[in-house]
Design a protein around this ligand. Structure first.
Ligand code: FE2
Ligand code: FE2
Length: 225
């Protein structure tokens, strides 16, 4: 795919799934999808995996469509089923084979950090890695903000408990003893960035939440589109 086709497909996918992401929780809105797609593109180009771009972009578009408050725990399974139920539509719209739809469905199912087992294909690996994000010390703010929003919105925690929740969650997920599963190559591809980020995350505490940051996050919470 040339860059122009990649851009076109990205916009088509965003349009296609846009409405789903008006109902997802605050941490999984369309801006999350844009960033996962942009990570997919970067990962594919860096590794010379352009042939997987098409399926990975479509899977990234679909991966969190059911991440609503009510369905969060099973959103990956719901998404898997949705892709298979909509196979004829997807085949027509994106000129896919039936097998390619299965590859997309599995990538949706296997994107979560809690996934156990072997990935169905490299497309699943790319989407899982892109969802975890390109590690950078700068996006600690982004992670911790999303976790705070999740605690406030989904878990209905108080402001102060949401801060503790976010710090603990980020340290669990990305700190020294991180539990979340990513493809093996992820650690090699981003070794330096991961080490830098880990150092920052290990030192995090609730003072990270400045009054300005909290105010900004609370505004997002009350401003669901
Ligand atoms: Fe998800
Ligand atoms: Fe996601």
């Amino acid at each position: 795919m040339n860059p122009q086709d990649v851009r076109k497909l990205t916009e088509q996918v965003i349009r296609h799934f846009y409405d789903f992401y008006r109902y997802t929780d605050s941490a999984h809105r369309i801006d999350h999808i844009r960033s996962v797609i942009s990570n997919v593109i970067r990962i594919c180009y860096t590794n010379g995996w352009q042939e997987h771009l098409k399926l990975a972009i479509i899977a990234a578009g679909a991966h969190d469509i059911f991440s609503t408050k009510e369905l969060r725990a099973e959103h990956h399974i719901k998404g898997f089923t949705w892709v298979l139920d909509n196979k004829p539509l997807l085949m027509r719209k994106y000129k896919l084979t039936s097998d390619e739809c299965y590859t997309i469905a599995y990538a949706v199912m296997e994107h979560r950090g809690s996934f156990k087992g072997n990935y169905n294909s490299i497309v699943s690996e790319i989407v899982a890695a892109a969802d975890r994000g390109i590690p950078s010390k700068d996006d600690v703010t982004n992670y911790i903000s999303r976790s705070y929003l999740y605690a406030r919105d989904n878990l209905e925690k108080s402001i102060s408990n949401a801060k503790f929740h976010a710090v603990a969650h980020i340290q669990d997920k990305f700190g020294r003893n991180a539990y979340a599963k990513v493809p093996d190559w992820y650690h090699d591809m981003f070794a330096r960035e991961l080490a830098e980020r880990r150092d920052i995350i290990d030192m995090l505490d609730i003072d990270f939440f400045t009054p300005d940051l909290v105010e900004d996050l609370e505004r997002k919470l009350n401003n669901n589109p």
